[in-house]
Each structure stands twice: as C-alpha cells, then as structure tokens.
Design a protein around this ligand. Structure first.
Ligand code: FPP
Ligand code: MG
Length: 293
C-alpha cells in the first residue's frame, strides 16, 4: 500500500516519542520492560496515534503537545492486543508478524506487560503538556472509552460471550462500536481537545471518530476472510474458526463491503466543513476503509 508522506512522518515522530516515554529496557525489573517494549515496537501501523495527531492539526499548527496523548493511545491499544492474544481470550501465537507477547515471554509476564502499558498510558496522559482542564477532559474520555460501559473492555466481553451462537444485528453493532470504535473515537477526540477544539468541534470529531472506528472493525472482519496470515501478520480465518460474531458472518462479504463504504461516506460528510484543513483526515479515512492489512 502506498502510504502518504505525512503518514510516515507522523509514524516516525510517534515511534521516537514512544521510545522516549517507555521505561528503558535495563530499568528494574528488566523482564517486564523488555516485554512492554517488544510489543509496542513490534511494527504496528500506529493508526490511533496518527489519527490523534491529525485531529489536533485541524485546530493547531503545533501538534507536539498531542504527541504524548497519541502515545498513550498506542499503549492502551498494545495492552489490548497483548491481552486479546492470551490463551484465556483469543489464544493466538502470531501478532504483527511476530510471536505474541505470551509466546515470547510467558503468560504471567504478558498479563503484567498489558497491565503496565495501561497504567503507563494514564501516567503519560496525566503528564501531557496540555492545559489542566483539557487534560482532565482527555483523561476522562480515554478512560471511559477503554472501560466497560460502551467501551473496549465491555465490547471485548460481549465479543467473547457471542462466540459460537447467532446474534442479532444490534448486538453485533454494540460489539464493534465498543470493542474497536470507542478507542479510535477516543484517539480523534483526544487529538481535537489537545489541539484546542471547542465543544461543537469536539462533538463533530467524536461522530467522525465513532464512524471510522466502526468502519475499521467491519474492514478488519472482511480482511480476516480475504487475506492471508502473512499479509495480516496475525492468524487469518480465525473469526470463522472461532465462530465469531462478524459482519461477513451475518451479512456476507458483499454487503459488508458496501456497509464499510457507507460508513466512509458518513465519516467524510462529518469533516466536510473543515475543507482543506481536513485533507489528511480524509486520506486516513480512505486508508482505513481500503487497507489490505
Ligand atoms: C487491530 O488493530 C485491532 C483491532 C481491530 C481491535 C480489536 C479489539 C480488541 C483486540 C479489543 C481487545 C480488548 C481487550 C480488553 C483485551 P490494528 O490493525 O491497528 O493493529 P496494528 O496496531 O497491529 O496495526
Ligand atoms: Mg478478540
């Protein structure tokens, strides 16, 4: 996939900031820091931090204060992948083309590395160089989005409980919007607040983030059917094998693709008022819907 230059630039800035914000590998006790660093540096696309930076850029030319916020979202995302891959959850050996954290470091260390990344995320947010009222608003929104009420953990619970049985469309929507869309929405909202957006604009970007986040998981479901493990860097075809609740399972591939495109149009409509200032968010939206991995 041809990535736009800004994407690579943002990714490099995020990678450097992640490196700076993580405890050094030789900090005591080194085993946990090695595991945290291994998973954070395993080659993720950095979609959430880049969405955060580009949402901030709509409102501010200097997005450096948003960098730690962007990193906190990647820490939370990485914790969720480490825990999702554990034997008690999705039980996977491969992630981002490498052995999963528990395969490499053992289950106890992987559980603790996830816990540590979640904690580090909130420490990083608390220390972000952003005006206190805005910082608290970011903390509150990110915490809720990672939590149980319409948040990531709640969605993950519903996802596990839906395995192996047929579900209604409303339940599938709830799973996708909570498990995946909530953290993507939080990335966009946190970026907008960091950049100085007012309430009306935060609300607009919240709708945008919610919609692309939903599209992200619909596309993820489609890719699990269409792509190989080598392309995805994780075990392909797993949703069907585990009898997961997915869009292709409920509606078929064709309808799922159409739905992802409809969500793309809805998201684009939300950021239309920003004109050229949202050019990068438009490109990101396209990338999310048309990605192959
Ligand atoms: C792939 O992201 C990840 C998702 C589509 C999210 C799936 C949701 C979970 C795993 C929630 C788990 C929650 C808990 C509490 C365990 P990506 O394609 O951006 O991955 P990358 O960072 O490797 O590129
Ligand atoms: Mg899962």
């Amino acid at each position: 996939m041809n990535l736009p230059a800004f994407f690579e630039e943002d990714r490099a800035a995020v990678d450097a900031a992640l490196e700076r914000l993580m405890p050094k590998e030789n900090a005591q006790p080194p085993s946990i820091h090695r595991a945290m660093r291994y998973s954070v540096q395993a080659g993720g696309k950095r979609v959430r931090p880049i969405l955060c930076l580009e949402s901030a850029r709509i409102f501010s030319a200097d997005v450096t204060p948003a960098l730690p916020v962007a990193c906190a979202l990647e820490f939370i995302h990485t914790y969720s992948l480490i825990h999702d891959d554990l034997p008690a959850l999705d039980n996977d050996d491969l992630r981002r083309g490498k052995p999963t954290c528990h395969k490499k470091f053992g289950e106890a260390t992987a559980i603790l590395a996830g816990d540590a990344l979640l904690t580090l995320a909130f420490e990083t947010l608390a220390n972000a160089p952003i005006e206190p009222a805005r910082r608290v608003a970011i903390l509150s929104h990110v915490a809720a989005s990672a939590g149980t009420v319409n948040g990531m953990v709640g969605g993950q619970v519903a996802d596990l409980e839906a395995e192996g049985r047929s579900i209604e469309p409303a339940e599938l929507e709830y799973i996708h919007r909570s498990k995946t869309a909530a953290l993507i929405r939080a990335s966009v909202v946190a970026g907008a607040i960091s950049g100085g957006a007012d309430e009306e604009n935060v609300a607009r970007l919240k709708r945008f983030g919610e919609t692309i986040g939903w599209a992200f998981q619909v596309v993820d479901d489609i890719l699990d059917v269409e792509e190989s493990s080598a392309t995805l860097g994780k075990t392909a075809g797993k949703d069907a094998a585990q009898k997961k609740a997915t869009y292709p399972a409920l509606y078929g591939l064709e309808q799922s693709r159409k739905f992802a495109q409809e969500l793309e149009s809805r998201a684009m409509a939300e950021i239309e008022p920003y004109g050229p200032r949202a050019a990068r968010l438009r490109e990101l939206t396209e990338l999310i819907v048309h990605r192959r991995a």
